[in-house]
Ligand binder design. Structure first.
Ligand code: ADP
Ligand code: MG
Length: 498
């Protein structure tokens, strides 16, 4: 491999990665701007969310794709911090360039970066505090700068309520958007809401009834390979009666046997009207075409098993709660109360604002659950990154040799996070970094960028908090992807997988 070729592949990758970072950097922080994304068909998304922007970008360069992958990992593990990860990876790669020109080998840079990431994470974890009283602030920090901000108090309270109800298990929280109304009308419902109606109208409220979940349908199956010769209308009638009775009566009997005093049946597939009517006679209501995710949620909230066939050995569950059909706004819902699943009902004026609201809510909910589960938080605004940078500089000599230059480059990259937050709020990044270094040197570990007046301010007083797991993952994702990119010295075409 010639030195020139190696440099080209490396610098191409670095350039592409920096370009991606530059695309999203202006959205970082509470004063970050939004991006309007338009595709060939004229479809528009307006968003401030790093993950959404990166997912929608039309990216061809392999180096850039790796950065997007790192951001996706961050999103799937922590629900937030994607812009931070991308900007940090861009800075780590950008800061490696002067090291290359000074003659450092990429192995040395990678060694330094790997060590620096570990030290930075260790330092940040050592400064974390108990999350309990800060959950609302964690939600607010995640929401700032997003469209949800207009209803900050209400939204953050909802996120904490949902996270506490679900005991930090995000899988037990469902978010549904309902066009109409305003964000302030959003609320939490203890149980599952299905955007459905019962097949039999005038369903009474069903308190404490029995419920059957069936993972198939109750509709006509074509009898294959059978030829029936019908000669008259009465033949047709009697055949239909015979066929229907034959096909249905067994199923109806099995269901009625399980729900002798009436109840509710939820089916994943469609249900024949005749069956619904037969069941209605026995006070049994049926909802059909229930999506699998809704069926799972019902199973969780009711503690009911999902029956995989409608024929035999059906197992019903007694519900301790109310099941009712209700019109909310101008839509029909079936409400199934329960305490194991929480549904967040988001209201918004238009579908487009509602989509952005849902994205923001997903992030905020995820972050609050993360804080709830890990139980530890640190001050935000990039303050923990400044503390870690200071710590890295004081320890750089420990590693010895040229790798210490890489440790210092890593420390500089960490500082780009608060610097970019300040820059996006209209302040000079360099001044902010210098002021922040000064504050942290004096022991003010919570000093972060003041986005209102410039300079620095206390993140504790500004109530800006993040789960420590979010910061840890952002540093690890960014350093890992940077190291992977720095280790690539050539790009070679390969055969397609298929
Ligand atoms: P990401 O995709 O990385 O989450 P955001 O645009 O959501 O990017 O910005 C998150 C950063 O903004 C975090 O570092 C967070 O601590 C910081 N932040 C949030 N609110 C404030 C604030 N009021 N002052 C300073 N920084 C803030
Ligand atoms: Mg965020």
């Amino acid at each position: 491999m010639t030195g020139e070729k190696k440099q080209t592949a490396q610098s191409n990758n670095i350039r592409a990665a920096k370009l991606i970072a530059d695309t999203v950097r202006s959205t970082l922080g509470p004063a970050g701007m939004d991006k309007m994304m338009v595709d060939g068909g004229g479809n528009v998304i307006v968003t401030n969310d790093g993950a959404t922007i990166l997912q929608q970008l039309d990216i061809g360069h392999p180096g850039a794709k790796m950065i997007v992958e790192a951001a996706n990992t961050q999103e799937s593990m922590c629900y937030d911090g994607t812009t931070t990860t991308t900007v940090l990876a861009g800075s780590l790669l950008g800061n490696s360039e002067p090291l290359f020109s000074k003659g450092l080998h990429s192995n040395i840079i990678c060694k330094g970066y790997r060590q620096a990431a570990k030290w930075a994470v260790d330092h940040i974890e050592s400064t974390a505090v108990d999350a309990k009283e800060y959950l609302t602030h964690v939600a607010k920090t995640a929401i700032t700068g997003k469209s949800l901000e207009t209803s900050m108090e209400h939204v953050s309270a909802l996120c904490v309520e949902a996270a506490e109800q679900a005991k930090g298990d995000i899988k037990r929280i469902r978010v549904i958007g309902q066009p109409g109304g305003s964000l302030d009308d959003s609320h939490c419902f203890g149980g599952v809401m299905l955007n459905q109606t019962f097949l039999t109208p005038n369903m009474p409220k069903i308190p404490y009834g029995k419920v059957l979940l069936i993972n198939t349908g109750l509709s006509v199956k074509k009898e294959e390979g059978v030829q029936v010769n019908l000669q008259s209308v009465s033949d047709i009638k009697s055949y239909k009666q015979y066929a229907d009775k034959d096909v249905w009566q067994g199923k109806v009997d099995a269901i009625v046997e399980q729900l002798p005093k009436g109840g509710v049946v939820f089916c994943r597939d469609s249900v024949n009207e005749l069956v619904a009517a037969l069941l209605a006679k026995n006070n049994i209501s049926v909802a059909h075409r229930v999506p699998p995710s809704d069926l799972d949620a019902l199973s969780t909230t009711l503690g009911a098993p999902i029956n995989h066939s409608a024929d035999d050995s059906l197992v019903a569950q007694k519900s301790e709660y109310l099941i009712e059909q209700k019109v909310i706004g101008d839509m029909d819902y079936i409400l199934v109360e329960g305490d194991r699943v929480t549904t967040l009902v988001l209201r918004g004026a238009t579908r487009q604002t509602l989509d952005e609201t849902e994205r923001g809510f997903d992030d905020a909910l995820g972050v609050v659950c993360l804080a709830y589960n890990s139980g530890r938080v640190v001050t935000g605004g990039g303050s923990s990154y400044v503390g870690a940078a200071l710590n890295l500089r004081s320890r750089a000599a420990e590693i010895g040799g040229r790798a210490q230059m890489a440790i210092e480059a890593f420390a500089d990259a960490l500082e780009t996070i608060p610097a970019t937050i300040a820059e996006n709020a209209g302040f000079v990044p360099l001044d902010t970094i210098l002021a922040l270094r000064n504050e942290h040197q004096q022991g003010n570990q919570d000093a972060g960028p003041d986005i209102e007046n410039g300079g620095t301010c206390s993140m504790i007083e500004a109530n800006v908090w993040e789960p420590v797991g979010l910061v840890r993952q952002a540093i690890l994702s960014a350093s890992e992807v940077s190291i992977s990119i720095l280790r690539i010295d050539d790009i070679i075409g390969k055969k397609s997988d298929d």
